[in-house]
Design a protein around this ligand. Structure first.
Ligand SMILES: Cc1cc2nc3c(=O)[nH]c(=O)nc-3n(C[C@H](O)[C@H](O)[C@H](O)COP(=O)(O)OP(=O)(O)OC[C@H]3O[C@@H](n4cnc5c(N)ncnc54)[C@H](O)[C@@H]3O)c2cc1C
Ligand SMILES: C[S@@+](CC[C@H](N)C(=O)[O-])C[C@H]1O[C@@H](n2cnc3c(N)ncnc32)[C@H](O)[C@@H]1O
Length: 660
C-alpha cells in the first residue's frame, strides 16, 4: 500500500475546524462536510431521493439486498440517513450494504461531536460509534443492526481503493468536497471506476452541477441530468448508468453461479472458522446446521485459554499483510461485544526487537503504518507499557491484546438461525441431487444445499478437498500460575514466544512448534521449551513467576494442531472439481497468459474455510464474511486480489502454470 500517492499530504485522521454553529470543516480542503443551512434535508434530497431510494427500499423483498457506494464517508451522515430510511421502508428480511471510501477518517471524538448535531439519528450514530474502532488503512467491515446493515469502509484514496473493490453497486452517492476544492478526486479515472462497478440501472446522485463532472460522467457511461437542488443550491446532478457491464474476471476466480432453491447451509467443524462462517450466514437469514464432533465447540486449536491478536505485517502491502489489517479490525470490533477483562483485553501487544534484523524490520513497519496501529518504543517506553523489565524495546500495537477464543466462538455460534449438533463427526460427504449430505457410517447427520468445510486439516479426509496442501503443526501452551509480582505485567509481550497478562489467575505462555508430532498428550519437554521462551522475553518476568521453581512435568498446559497452507494464507472460498479443472485449463501448462472462455467446473455449493495457521483469531472471523459474500453475491470484504490469494483454486492453478 504505497502511502500518499497523490499531491495531498498524508494527514490521518482528518483535521477539523468547527464553525460558530458547531459544524465541522476540513482544514485540508477548506470545505464543509455538509450544507451549513440544512445538512439533513440536503443529504436526503441529493442522495436518497435522487437515487429513488424510498421506493427502491420499499420494493425490496425478503432476502434481497441493495448496495450503495459512496466517495467520502466523512461524518457518516449520508450513511446514517440511508440506514434510517432503510429501517423505515425495507421489509425485515432485506439487507443494506454500504461501501464508502475515505482517505481521511475522522477520529472517534470528532465523529461523536459531528453526529451529536443530529438527535433524530442518535440510535444509529450510537451503534456506529460502538463499532468505530481499529479502522486502519484498507478494507474495514462493520456489521450493524445484527448484520442487516453492513458497512464496508475502504480507508485510503478513492483512486487507489475502488480498483480493488469487487462489488455490484446499485446506487452511488458521489460526495467528496466541491470539485474546485478537491480536483484530485473528481477525475475521469474515478468515474471509470464507478462505471466498472455499475450495471444498467445503477443510479447516481451528487450535490454538484459542475459542467465537467456532468460531461465526464456522461463519457463514462452515466446519463446525467441537472435537477433542482435545495436551498441556495439551484441545481444538482442525478443519473443512471446506461453503459454495458464490464467483463467477468478469470473464470477460476469468478463468482460461482447460484441456483440454490433454499438458504440452508451445513458447516462442518465448530472452531473459530466454523463458528464465524455459521454466524455470517445466519446473519443473512440462512438456516445453518453446525456439526462438531466434540462435546462442545472450540475444543481443538480454538480452545486455548488466551490467544494473542498478533499482527505479523509486511511493509510491502502483501496480500497476507492486507488481510491481517482487515481481519484484525473485524475481530477487534467483534470483541467489543464480549466482556472485557474476562473474555478479552485490549492491553496492547509488544513485539520485542531482539536483533538487528528485527530492529530494521520494525523500523520499516513503523514507517509504513499509521501510529494508531503500531508504534516503535525504545526500551524504557516499552518497559513502561509492559510494566516489567525487558531486554529491548520493540513494536507496540496499542489496540491489540489477548482473547479467550472459546468466548469469541460462543458469541458467533449462539444465534437463533444456527442449530448446533454436537458429538457428530462427519466421516463422509455425499452428493444427493441438489444437496450435500454428511454421514457417519450409516447415520445421516445433516444435509443442505451448501456445505462449508471448516474442520482445519481434517478436511483432507473428504475426497473433494483431499488435494488441498494443508499441514498440521502441533503446538503447546503452558498455563503459568500468576503471582503477586507477575500482576505487574500490563501488556502481551512477544519474542519467539508470547506471554499474556493473567486471566483468571493464570498467564498463557506459548507456544511450541512441532511439524512432526501427531500426539496431543501434554508434553513436559514443550513446557520446558516454553519456559525458555519466557526467559528470552523477560528474565524479570521469569523471576516474578518463580519459573526456576516450576516443574515442566507438573505444569498445566494444552496442545492442539495449527493448520497451515504453504503460502501461509488461509484457504477460503468455493471449491472446484480438481480433475475437471485440470482438464478445462490444461492450456495454461503451455501458455500461462491464456484465459480460456470455459466456466470453472465448480463443485456446486461446496466451500472451504480453513488453513488459518497461527493467526486464526485475526483471519477466521473475516473469512466467514468472505464465504457469505461469495455465496450471496455481495461486495467482497477484502480487495479482489486478496480474495484471489486466499482462493482454494490457487494451488491447482499454480501447478498448471508450472506445467505440472
Ligand atoms: C498452541 C497454539 C497457539 C495458538 N496461538 C494463537 C494466537 O495466539 N493467536 C492466533 O490468532 N491464533 C493462534 N493459534 C491458531 C488458532 O488457534 C487457529 O488458527 C484457529 O483456532 C483455527 O480455527 P479453526 O476453526 O480453523 O480450527 P479448529 O479450532 O481446530 O476447529 C476445527 C473444528 O472442526 C472439528 N472437526 C474437524 N473435522 C470434523 C468432522 N469431520 N466432523 C465434525 N467436526 C469436525 C474439530 O473437532 C474442531 O472443533 C494457535 C494455535 C495453537 C495450536
Ligand atoms: C463532503 S465530505 C463527505 C461527507 C460525508 N459523505 C458525510 O456524510 O458526512 C468529503 C469526504 O471525502 C473525503 N475525501 C476527499 N478526497 C478523497 C479521496 N481522494 N479519496 C477518498 N476520500 C476522499 C474527505 O476526507 C471527506 O471526508
Amino acid at each position: 500500500m504505497p502511502d500518499a500517492p497523490l499531491d495531498l499530504p498524508e494527514t490521518r485522521p482528518a483535521q477539523l475546524d468547527w464553525d460558530a454553529q458547531g459544524q465541522p470543516l476540513s482544514r485540508l480542503f477548506g470545505d464543509v462536510y455538509f450544507s451549513n443551512e440544512n445538512g439533513l434535508a440536503e443529504t436526503r434530497h441529493v442522495f436518497l431521493v435522487n437515487n429513488d431510494l424510498p421506493a427502491r427500499f420499499n420494493a425490496l423483498s425478503e432476502g434481497e439486498q441493495l448496495t450503495i457506494g459512496e466517495t467520502g464517508f466523512g461524518t457518516g451522515l449520508n450513511f446514517l440517513c440511508a440506514w434510517q430510511l432503510f429501517e423505515q421502508q425495507a421489509p425485515a428480511g432485506a439487507r443494506l450494504h454500504f461501501v464508502s471510501v475515505e482517505k481521511y477518517p475522522l477520529d472517534y471524538a470528532d465523529l461523536q461531536r459531528a453526529l451529536a448535531l443530529w438527535p433524530e439519528l442518535a440510535p444509529y450514530a450510537h451503534e456506529l460509534l460502538g463499532q468505530y474502532v481499529a479502522l486502519h488503512p484498507g478494507f474495514q467491515r462493520l456489521n450493524l443492526a445484527g448484520g442487516r446493515v453492513v458497512l464496508t469502509l475502504l480507508i485510503g484514496d478513492a483512486l487507489e481503493m475502488l480498483p480493488q473493490l469487487d462489488a455490484h453497486i446499485d446506487a452511488w452517492f458521489l460526495d467528496g468536497f466541491a470539485p474546485a476544492k478537491n480536483p484530485q478526486m473528481w477525475t475521469a479515472e474515478l468515474f471509470a471506476e464507478l462505471a466498472r462497478l455499475s450495471a444498467p440501472g445503477t443510479s447516481i446522485g451528487t450535490f454538484t452541477s459542475t459542467g465537467y463532472v456532468r460531461r465526464r460522467l456522461n463519457d463514462a457511461g452515466f446519463k446525467m441530468k441537472r435537477v433542482p437542488g435545495l436551498g441556495s443550491k439551484w441545481e444538482v446532478l442525478k443519473g443512471q448508468f446506461v453503459g454495458s457491464a464490464t467483463g467477468a474476471s478469470k473464470p477460476w476466480f469468478a463468482r460461482p453461479p447460484q441456483h440454490l432453491c433454499e438458504r440452508r447451509a451445513l458447516v462442518i467443524g465448530a472452531g473459530m472458522a466454523g463458528c464465524a462462517t455459521a454466524s455470517s450466514l445466519a446473519a443473512r437469514g440462512w438456516q445453518v446446521t453446525l456439526l462438531e464432533r466434540h462435546a462442545t465447540i472450540a475444543e481443538e486449536a480454538s480452545g486455548n485459554p488466551q490467544g494473542v491478536l498478533y499482527l505479523k505485517l509486511s511493509a510491502h502491502g502483501t496480500a497476507l499483510s492486507r488481510l491481517i489489517v482487515s481481519g484484525f479490525g473485524h475481530t477487534r470490533r467483534l470483541l467489543e461485544r464480549l466482556q472485557k477483562g474476562h473474555d478479552w483485553d485490549n492491553c496492547g501487544v509488544l513485539q520485542l526487537a531482539l536483533d538487528d534484523k528485527e530492529v530494521q524490520r520494525q523500523a520499516q513497519l513503523a514507517a509504513a503504518f499509521p501510529s494508531d496501529l503500531l508504534i516503535n518504543l525504545d526500551r524504557a517506553a516499552a518497559e513502561t507499557k509492559a510494566g516489567i523489565q525487558l531486554p529491548a524495546g520493540g513494536l507496540f500495537y496499542p489496540q491489540a491484546g489477548w482473547v479467550h477464543p472459546p468466548a469469541l466462538c460462543r458469541l458467533l455460534a449462539e444465534q437463533p438461525n444456527i442449530r448446533l449438533q454436537l458429538h457428530q463427526e462427519a466421516l463422509e460427504l455425499r452428493r444427493d441431487g441438489q444437496t450435500w449430505q454428511a454421514w457417519n457410517n450409516t447415520e445421516l447427520l445433516a444435509s443442505a444445499a451448501v456445505v462449508v468445510l471448516a474442520g482445519a486439516a481434517e478436511i483432507k479426509r473428504f475426497p473433494y478437498s483431499a488435494e488441498l496442501p494443508l499441514k498440521r503443526i502441533r503446538g503447546q501452551i503452558s498455563r503459568i500460575p500468576a503471582t503477586t509480582q507477575s500482576t505487574a505485567l500490563r501488556s502481551v509481550v512477544c519474542a519467539s514466544g508470547y506471554i499474556a497478562p493473567a486471566r483468571l489467575g493464570e498467564h498463557t505462555l506459548g507456544a511450541s512448534f512441532d511439524f512432526k508430532s501427531d500426539d496431543l498428550a501434554l508434553n513436559s519437554l514443550d513446557n520446558a521449551d516454553n519456559l525458555v521462551l519466557l526467559e528470552e522475553i523477560s528474565s524479570d518476568l521469569a523471576e516474578r513467576l518463580h519459573s526456576a521453581q516450576l516443574d515442566p512435568a507438573k505444569l498445566e498446559g494444552r496442545a492442539a494442531f495449527r493448520c497451515t497452507s504453504p503460502d501461509y494464507l488461509p484457504i477460503v472460498g468455493p471449491l472446484a472439481n480438481r480433475s475437471a479443472f485440470v482438464e478445462a485449463y490444461a492450456v495454461l501448462t503451455k501458455d500461462a497468459r491464456q484465459v480460456p472462455d470455459i466456466p470453472c467446473p465448480w463443485l456446486e455449493g461446496l466451500y472451504i474455510n480453513s488453513g488459518h495457521g497461527s493467526r486464526g483469531l485475526i483471519t477466521a472471523p473475516l473469512s466467514g464474511e468472505l464465504i457469505a459474500a461469495w455465496l450471496d453475491n455481495e461486495p467482497l470484504p477484502v480487495p479482489r486480489d486478496v480474495a484471489e490469494a486466499c482462493h482454494p483454486n490457487r494451488f491447482a492453478l499454480r501447478l498448471l502454470i508450472r506445467g505440472q
